[in-house]
Design a protein around this ligand. Structure first.
Ligand SMILES: C[S@@+](CC[C@H](N)C(=O)[O-])C[C@H]1O[C@@H](n2cnc3c(N)ncnc32)[C@H](O)[C@@H]1O
Length: 281
């Protein structure tokens, strides 16, 4: 775990059960997010020879895609706060023989980026967890070339992502009541509102900010893949925390039934609602 982080609770979260779940479910997550990856990598449009930073690169899906796209004359740096996830990213980069990949175990809020190094900073769902987002984005921007591109995806509100809210609403009646969540606290939906994202990026000095609503189908192979994600690496584990075994069992059955009803045989019946965000440094 990084020693310096302004968000020790977030670091603990991604270095414990959740980080290990993302490691064990790496192949599932990679499948499930195929369409998210395609849409966001198209927007990022990495070119040969470029320097790319992938923030919250996790187990390395997109980091490896950048390593391939920029080629040996370019470089891809992954920054992540989770030691287990970053270890898998490093292992995958070594296995693929990518000599142009570097991984840094750090909070992106305080990581000492090489000034004006990056042509492109990208993230697939890795930027919504900062304790101080404006400070984090200003630090990230300090490592970007003048006119460097920022491209990332984050979630809109939960109701705009049926792939999340359909199973969660099915589980809720079987579980103890939950305290209301703070919508601004670091977490999956903390960038749900466009004005907040725009305000953070503007404060951090970014310009030409474009925030585009984009719905993408989930491309998991089947209900089993969606179940694996939702019950282990998605939002359900937090809801199941204080449940009895009986409540847990009923909730998981309800989730399975809701997903089976919502997802077709090709796994594409439900979608997630994203913001596809781009800006210049
Ligand atoms: C939802 S996961 C996404 C992982 C990866 N981008 C993917 O799509 O598979 C969020 C990632 O952000 C990382 N993260 C959270 N807070 C961070 C921070 N302050 N600095 C760097 N990485 C962070 C987590 O460790 C985790 O890998």
């Amino acid at each position: 775990m990084p020693e310096i982080t302004p968000n020790p609770r977030g670091a603990e979260f991604w270095n414990s059960t959740m980080g290990h779940a993302w490691v064990s479910q790496q192949a599932v997550i990679s499948d499930v997010f195929t369409s998210v990856t395609n849409v966001s990598l198209d927007a990022a449009s990495a070119k040969r020879g470029e320097h790319v930073v992938d923030i919250g690169c996790g187990t390395g899906d997109t980091l490896l895609a950048f390593a391939k796209a920029v080629g040996p004359s370019g470089a891809a740096l992954g920054v992540d706060i989770s030691a287990p996830m970053l270890d898998l990213a490093k292992h995958r980069a070594a296995e693929a023989d990518f000599g142009n990949v570097t991984c840094a175990l750090a909070d992106a809020t305080s990581y000492p980026f090489e000034p004006r190094w990056a042509d492109l900073v990208y993230s697939r769902f890795g930027l919504m967890f900062f304790g101080d987002p404006a400070k984090a984005f200003a630090n990230i921007r300090s490592g970007m070339k003048a006119d460097g591109r920022l491209v990332f995806v984050c979630f809109r509100t939960m109701p705009e992502s049926p792939w999340f809210c359909v199973p969660i609403e099915a589980a809720r009646p079987h579980l103890p009541p939950q305290p209301p969540a703070d919508p601004l606290a670091p977490g999956m939906f903390s960038f749900a509102h466009e004005e907040r994202v725009r305000g953070i990026l503007t404060t951090a000095g970014f310009r030409e900010i474009a925030i585009k609503p984009t719905d993408v189908p989930i491309h998991g192979k089947d209900v089993t893949q969606s179940m694996a994600f939702i019950t282990q690496a998605g939002p359900l584990p937090a809801l199941l925390e204080n449940a009895s075994d009986e409540q847990r069992h009923r909730a998981i059955e309800a989730v399975r039934n809701a997903l089976a009803a919502g997802i077709g045989a090709d796994g594409r019946g439900l979608h997630v609602g994203l913001w596809l965000v781009s800006a210049l440094a």
